[in-house]
Ligand binder design. Structure first.
Ligand code: SAH
Ligand code: SF4
Ligand code: F3S
Length: 449
């Protein structure tokens, strides 16, 4: 029986927190549940099944979910099933069932295959936590239900083997494993056949992809031949996995976009060592130089943590100087959040950086990042770029579009232009985003990088 002819099993709403991997997992869950007769709905009101797909990366992320679980009570009737999935579910397991009595299901990232039967059980009154890892699981036979008709996220790897000392992900998603290249190729062809022209490959250290036979360079080159694909991105790579092979594949595959999100975490070799990032300031900068040498004008963005245990003023200054040296397009900046069970949680308390110091450092870092991106963005005014229109912008009457370098441009237009490629001239910047004017073909000039 297919989904069209099958009797409805009820409605399902999934609320997603955390990274793109979770967004992608929610699409897989929607797809699986739709095949079992569940109808996806856009909000919790009246939904028969509510799933909260959670993140555990920082304490703040978990507190938000705890608050939200309380709020969701008001949408629930006696028969509503409320489940918690994702990384916080994996981390807390059965303790979450004790803590929130209205939660019936707790399912970790490797347990989604069992969701339909677990939901059935919950409807009969069972309360279950399923948090075992399955190192074979890639959900290859699930058909992701995508709501974005312009861009697609395709997971190519699950888990992480790096074990950075601050990070909970190895504990919530288990060991690293890669999908087969042929399977990724099949899914890419499926999404482009539906008219999607931009794909982002997902993995915690996506460029360490290896399916036993093919590495990430092979994957990029092979996907570069997907009919209908115009833009290929990936997130997040690890600096140590940028082999010359991978960089050459990026440079030589025309659909691979000129943007790399390259998490730095710190610009101090001493801090990086305590973080167990497995590179130094110098080798990170060398990786940046290799990328820039092979891909002229490549845009770089990053993630940075301040206040990691033992971070001195000098070490923090090294982070600021690295940010100035690299000239990132943008950076996601975080205050260190201590996660139970991670190696950093076992460091002596005397190494703790106070909230006050960490907050002051974060403010200074943000100011330096903004100053750099503003200067760069001003220098780009007047240049021309190909953009892909993604969606209606929050600001009235404008569309949100993006350059290959992942810069956001707001352009005038209507909804019929979503999904189209346009040439725009950058006319203004707020510091982080641009406004652009459409350029008509009669004035075609070479596009800037
Ligand atoms: N796998 C990716 C990162 C995934 S988590 C990578 O290695 O690049 C996304 C970001 O959250 C990290 O890059 C890091 O900057 C931040 N982060 C992770 N754990 C954190 C913690 N305990 N406190 C603060 N920020 C953290
Ligand atoms: Fe976490 Fe490090 Fe793995 Fe990224 S590479 S997910 S930061 S352990
Ligand atoms: Fe959060 Fe899990 Fe992603 S902890 S950042 S949802 S891998």
């Amino acid at each position: 029986m297919n989904a069209d002819t099958q009797r409805s099993a009820g409605t399902v709403y999934i609320e997603t927190y955390g990274c793109q991997m979770n967004v992608s997992d929610s699409e897989l869950m929607y797809g699986r549940l739709a095949e079992c007769g569940y109808v996806p709905v856009g909000g919790p009101e009246g939904a028969d099944v509510i799933l909260v797909n959670t993140c555990a990366i920082r304490d703040h992320a978990e507190q938000r979910v705890i608050g939200r679980l309380g709020e969701l009570k008001r949408y629930m009737s006696r028969d509503t099933v409320l489940g918690v999935t994702g990384c916080m579910a994996q981390r807390l397991g059965p303790a979450l069932l004790d803590r929130a009595k209205h939660v019936q299901l707790v399912v970790g990232p490797d347990g989604y295959r069992a969701l339909p039967s677990l939901i059935e059980g919950a409807r009969r009154g069972e309360r279950v936590a399923k948090v075992d890892f399955d190192l074979e699981e890639h959900y290859e036979d699930f058909h992701a239900r995508r709501f974005d008709g312009v861009r697609a996220w395709i997971p190519v790897q699950r888990g992480c083997d790096y074990k950075c000392t601050y990070c909970i992900v190895p504990m919530t998603r288990g060991a690293e494993r890669s999908r087969t290249l042929s399977d990724v190729e099949r899914e890419s062809a499926e999404v482009t056949a539906q008219g999607i022209t931009e794909i982002t490959l997902l993995g915690q250290t996506v460029n360490s992809y290896h399916d036993g036979e093919h590495d990430f360079a092979d994957l990029l080159r092979r996907l570069g031949r997907t009919p209908g694909l115009r833009r290929l991105r990936f997130t997040s790579p690890h600096p140590n996995d940028f082999t010359d092979r991978v960089i050459a594949a990026m440079a030589e595959t025309p659909v691979v976009c000129e943007h790399v999100h390259l998490p730095m975490q710190s610009g101090s070799s001493r801090t990086l060592k305590r973080m167990l990032r497995r590179y130094t300031r110098e080798s990170y900068l060398e990786c940046v130089a290799r990328l820039r040498g092979a891909i002229p004008n490549v845009a770089l963005t990053t993630d940075i943590i301040v206040g990691f245990p033992g971070e001195t003023d000098d070490e923090f200054e090294e982070t600021l100087s690295a940010v100035r040296d690299v000239q990132f397009d943008d950076a996601f900046t975080f205050r260190f959040s201590l996660r139970d069970g991670t190696p950093a949680a076992r460091l002596p308390e005397s190494m703790t950086v106070s909230d006050e110091v960490a907050t002051a450092r974060l403010d200074r870092l943000i100011a330096v990042v903004r100053e750099g991106s503003r200067a760069r963005n001003l220098s780009l005014l007047g240049s021309r770029h190909e953009v892909l229109v993604e969606k209606a912008a929050r600001r009235g009457g404008l569309l949100q579009a993006r350059t290959r370098h992942h810069r956001t441009v707001l352009v005038p237009g209507d909804a019929s232009m979503i999904g189209r490629y346009l040439t725009v001239e950058l006319t203004g910047t707020t510091g982080s985003t641009f406004t652009g004017a459409l350029v008509h073909n009669s004035r075609a000039l070479p596009l800037a990088g």
